[in-house]
Design a protein around this ligand. Structure first.
Ligand code: ATP
Ligand code: MG
Length: 764
């Protein structure tokens, strides 16, 4: 076979090729990071279309993020154009697509809106009178978990999540209420399609006829509900191929279990397993470093993984004073590399929690390093943005109580909780339409409340008028049909580029949005606040309107807009992909499946990473996250660990992460001030010794131009001193020797530690 293979198949190794040619029984590809699992899927899509003559529409490939889905489509299309017609989606986007077409079988109309976590909390709080918000949130979380595990309110196993009767009751009430409102939460995007397929054999048959081949990437993170969905979609003639890596399972908190992948062969009898053991992504020391940490987990399969790329620069571990220095460290690395021709896009800065991006953003902005934040929810979490989105959501679904309560009295116009309750009750006894209910009871309200309600209803009417299509004719095509969302601006420009002027409507759907926001008084409200606080909320609303302008001014356009926002922000947390040469700022979780030439893993401290005081299984999951992060790097890998960090509004001393102690010191170069006792084993071998070779006489000026021999300097802790030596260490830049007036001598790395040394003049 091989000698006549087309080049795209020639590019595979024998195991990968076997996986591409495989047919018949279910197939599990179980292999480590960077071994070409995703490549096998994309090649297989093209192969089935080209060589086996399969109709592309009969292929369904599921991945973890929309970005990954787009990349997959692109890679497959490069081999064969027709791959564009295959369906490549995330589980959730597939679920939304399915429900838009078949939702009526579960009493959903096609105009449903997808609730995010905040919306579900808001809805729940209406069912849990006098319950503290933290507890409501906790309950919302448990309901989401229950759905991940495919548990209904009457399932005996629900006890595993919460054994109290009260929880069952709340979950049941919540489901009943959601059914009445006619919207869905994220869990429903998976759970409801399963129920529909189970209860409607004819529909199930149609889907099994349609999708003859189903493939799943990152299978280790599929949860139980997603597994059930797969099972329902697979008929006797469906070919199923899943790929994954047990060492990269990082979503236990979303109901994924490592054992899902390990038990796959039991659940799909006859499964064949193919292992891939060559890593094409990373140089050998990077792989070794990553493996040395995950090796500390118990109960692994323990796969072989050999680097095809061989030797290279060993990973660097930098001990830094605090997070400001950490940001400087990253910036300087990136700037220096840039001077020798390395583009920004080769770099990714990884962190454990979203909030950590702020410091890097600040530093990069000030030094004009272009960057993109992947995974930040911030923009859509802003109050004014949520208000505008709630207005839009209520416009398409007037049974949406959460949206209604959020905006009917915003800004305050005399519609208090009692009036809201009155309207909600009125609606409950009819068809649930809150706007109609409000209209019916206005005569009973106080003059103030009546005028408030009328303003709100008037705004809705004007917003509706700005939609030129008829509400009754929601087309079946929805946002979920378009694999590519229309190009959007980044939220950075939204956050920082706002102006103080009133909102301006542009094209398309933005007219509706701007009309609504203006008429409801939200724009005016924020405009006056902006003037005082300067927080550019109008700028954010304007950016939202800019985003809406590329959608048509119709109900369909509005649904597309809302759906894209929901899926984008909570499922995959992608951002703009259009700018090319930018540094990527990204949480560790979001790096799944991606690769970058150079990676800096930051905040490798106890309490930050591993997060909080994780133990047992949770600690193992953090370790797998470490493995995922480190194996994203192709050529260079850096770790940074700070001695101090601002957390919860205070500056706290930090301990290096347990993972740094576990790292194989043979493949680690340590720079900066290692905490006492850290360097024990072989690390000394690779640790630079700044004192060696400083001649005191040779260079007069450091290569970065910052320091001259004989300069007087001041240090916060050690007082005054003078520079007595400069040495260029190559990779780490200039090493500066200082003799303090106290007699103390110290070295520092100009690139990374300058901020504590102030030059106050020269000796001569
Ligand atoms: P992860 O577990 O991180 O998702 P993966 O197993 O899906 O990784 P891929 O992303 O498919 O790995 O491949 C990793 C890199 O190796 C990619 O750049 C890919 O193009 C390259 N690659 C895969 N197989 C080969 C091969 N046979 N020859 C050359 N390069 C390859
Ligand atoms: Mg992959």
């Amino acid at each position: 076979m091989a000698q006549n293979s087309p080049p795209y198949l020639e590019a595979l190794n024998p195991e990968q090729r076997a996986a591409v040619f495989h047919s018949g029984s279910p197939l599990l590809i179980l292999a480590g990071a960077g071994s070409g699992k995703t490549r096998v899927i994309t090649t297989k899509i093209a192969y089935l279309i080209r060589e086996e003559g399969l109709d592309p529409r009969s292929i369904l490939a599921v991945t973890f993020t929309n970005k990954a889905a787009r990349e997959m489509a692109e890679r497959a299309r490069q081999i064969d154009e027709r791959a564009a017609d295959a369906m490549l989606r995330t589980f959730h986007s597939f679920g939304a697509w399915f429900l838009r077409r078949n939702g009526t079988l579960a009493n959903l109309d096609s105009g449903f809106v997808i609730y995010d976590d905040d919306d579900t909390v808001a809805l729940l709080s209406t069912l849990m009178d006098d319950t503290p918000r933290a507890e409501v949130k906790q309950t919302a979380h448990k309901i989401a978990r229950a759905k991940d595990y495919f548990l209904t309110p009457d399932d005996p196993e629900l006890d595993l999540i919460d054994h109290r009767k009260k929880f069952r009751k709340t979950y049941a009430d919540y489901e009943e209420r959601m059914a009445k409102i006619g919207n869905v939460d994220f869990g429903d995007l998976i759970k409801k399609p399963v129920e529909i397929l189970r209860n409607n054999p004819g529909t199930a048959e149609r889907f099994r006829e349609r999708f003859r081949v189903i493939m799943v990437d990152e299978y280790q993170d599929a949860n139980i509900a997603q597994f059930e969905l797969l099972k329902e979609l697979c008929g006797p003639h469906t070919y199923l191929c899943v790929v994954g890596d047990d060492d990269q399972s990082i979503y236990r908190f979303r109901g994924a279990e490592v054992k899902n992948i390990l038990e796959f062969p039991n659940r799909f009898p006859g499964t064949e397993i193919i292992r891939l053991e060559r890593n094409y992504r990373s140089i050998e020391p990077i792989l070794r470093a990553a493996a040395s940490v995950v090796d500390h987990n118990a109960g692994r399969l323990g796969k072989k993984l050999l680097s095809e790329r061989g030797a290279g620069k060993i990973p660097v571990l930098a001990f830094l004073p605090d997070q400001d220095e950490e940001a400087v460290f990253c910036r300087v690395l990136i700037e220096n590399a840039r001077k020798s021709g390395v583009p920004y896009s080769h770099w990714a800065v990884l962190y454990r929690t979203n909030a950590q991006s702020q410091g890097f953003e600040h530093e990069f902005l000030h030094h004009r390093i272009p960057y993109r934040v992947v995974g930040s929810l911030k923009f859509y979490e802003r109050e004014e943005v949520k208000d505008a989105l709630a207005l839009l959501a209520f416009l398409v679904n007037q049974r949406d109580e959460v949206a209604f309560r959020r905006v009917v009295n915003k800004p305050s116009r005399g519609v208090g909780p009692a009036t809201m309750d009155r309207i909600v009750t009125e609606a409950m006894f009819s068809d649930g339409n809150l706007a109609a209910a409000a209209r019916r009871i206005t005569s009973e309200l106080s003059a103030k409340a009546r005028s408030g309600v009328e303003t709100f209803l008037g705004a809705l009417e004007k917003g509706r008028a700005a939609l030129n299509a008829d509400a009754a004719t929601v087309e079946t095509a929805t946002a979920a049909d378009t694999t590519e969302p229309p190009a959007k601006k980044t939220k950075k420009s939204a956050a920082r580029g706002g102006s103080q002027e009133a909102l301006r409507a542009g094209e398309g759907l933005s007219v509706c949005l701007v009309t609504l926001v203006n008429e409801a008084g939200i724009a005016g409200y924020h405009l006056s606040h902006d003037e005082i606080a300067g927080n550019q909320r109008i700028g954010n609303l304007q950016e939202l309107a800019n985003g809406a302008s590329i959608y048509p001014a119709s109900v369909t356009g509005l649904l597309q807009f809302l759906e894209h926002i929901e899926l984008d922000r909570s499922l995959e947390q992608d951002t703009d992909d259009t700018a090319v040469d930018v540094v990527t700022l990204i949480t560790l979780h979001n790096t799944k499946g991606l690769e970058f030439r150079r990676v800096i893993m930051t905040g490798i401290e106890q309490g930050v990473f591993p997060w909080e005081d994780k133990k047992g299984d949770e600690l193992e999951e953090e370790r797998r996250l470490f493995y995922v992060g480190a194996t994203r790097a192709m050529d260079e890998l850096y770790f940074s660990s700070c001695a101090m960090r601002r957390l919860f509004g205070r500056t706290m001393p930090m301990e290096p992460s347990l993972f740094l102690r576990e790292l194989d010191k043979e493949c680690l170069q340590v720079i900066g001030d290692a905490p006492y006792g850290f360097v024990s084993t072989a690390a000394g071998k690779s640790r630079p010794k700044p004192s060696a070779g400083i001649s005191g006489s040779k260079p007069q000026v450091s290569s970065d131009g910052r320091w001259h021999l004989g300069d007087r300097i001041y240090h916060d802790d050690h007082g005054y001193g003078a520079i007595t030596g400069i040495r260029e260490s190559g990779e780490d830049g200039p090493v500066i020797r200082v003799r303090f007036d106290t007699g103390r001598e110290q070295h520092f790395l100009s690139l990374h530690q300058s901020s504590h040394y102030t030059r106050i003049g020269s000796d001569d």
